[in-house]
Design a protein around this ligand. Sequence first.
Ligand code: NAD
Length: 480
Amino acid sequence: MIAQPKASHFVNGCWMEDTAGAPIDVLYPATGAVIARVHEATAAVIDAALASAKAAQTDWAARKPVERGRILRRAADLIRERGDALARLETLDTGKPLQETLVADWPSGADALEYFGGLVASVTGESIPLGGDFAYTLREALGVCVGIGAWNYPSQIACWKSAPALAMGNAMVFKPSEVTPLGALELAQIFMDAGLPAGLFNVVQGRGSVGAGLVKDPRVAKVSLTGSVPTGRKVYAAAAEGVRNVTMELGGKSPLIIFDDADLDSAVGAAMMANFYSAGQVCSNGTRVFVQKAILPAFLRALAVRAEKIILGDPLDMATQMGPLVTAAQVDKVMGYVDGAVAQGARLVTGGKRDGMFVQPTVFADVTDDMILAREEVFGPVMAVLAFSDEDEVVSRANDTDFGLAAGVFTADLTRAHRVIGALQAGTCWINTYNLTPVEMPFGGAKLSGVGRENGKAALDYYSQIKSVYVGMGPVDAPY
Ligand code: NAD
């Protein structure tokens, strides 16, 4: 299987290669086969990408918003037309089953392009009466934005960042994760085919050092990162040097709280979606599942039965429900957490074994708040189930974490649902469902999980700035 792109980078509307950059082999996680090789961006490639973005951005920002939006909506249509091939490539790049990549990854990216393409023409400023004089505001583009992606939803991330950025009149230089470099290049081609002028969406490959090189460049006005908290800290600090705008979409250890009046089947299904989709490699996963004591035995029984039926296998087989993890290092890391949980006294309910690059859907019960499994992001198919007695207790335990990405609550009591959500420290919350992230709804984290929001109308604020204009209508009254 070969998925070699035409070149490593896409700069100023053209494929670009520079083999002086260190090679990055792209592995199909399911087999370990090398499916492509790209090269890290050299300083010359980074410079060319930023220069072309800078040169193209002013004209783009001057276009009517409806025209910019039309191109983005065309790109959304092209993604849908090419959906099967794009899903297959995403599966090769990430190892996620076709069953998911056909419906989740690129389709969600297309939604973002369609949504922001349609929304941007309705963005307006305000007019402020000042008693004769008046002021008005304009929402202007920031300039050149850098997007840096994680490997778990590579193409969705590229779309979620570029759609609001381009809609508002910015240019973007995007660096995908070195683990999954392929999807963003396809997006660059799609944008060109949709009529996006050259230079507005560039893709450069590389590891963290390439990202760091982009972030510190004086031509850059904004950085949007999706990644881990340690990387977020570094990128945020580097962006601060140039007082650049940031969006930080970072990690989580989100609580999913299930009260004893909840619909058990739905709660079990949601807990599985919150831990096993994409083999657990989802930032917003509800990895601390708090279950009220009265229903705990029934919950664990139903969960084990369903978890053991999950079909692991060839990601390209439409019957496969869970693929391998993305890298061998990730498998090792996840198994370290599994072994650590056993050593700390958690009870293994099901799973817990690896088979090459695959990790079984794993459930631990009797997890306590101080266990590492309850405190650190695992990023694999490992669910921690914690017992609780009452509402106040579970809210304070749920909030006892430095993360604040997401949270969920299952209950039939609507007042309690809203009260609990109101008390949880998290940016993205669900009631009686989990992990649905429609483009219409802002997405992002509180506390260490992030700064800023993607999606929804809110995202446009993070890709624009307000210009205030005071209009004097009379003579100037100077005191001297
Ligand atoms: P990572 O932090 O290792 O890498 C993320 C990206 O940052 C990569 O492209 C990497 O090359 C780049 N990078 C690394 N060091 C850098 C530096 N010093 N300067 C600039 N760029 C640098 O994360 P990952 O392992 O690719 O992804 C998994 C993490 O991403 C998890 O913690 C997960 O929770 C998080 N994530 C968050 C969201 C969200 O929306 N909140 C979504 C997906 C993943």
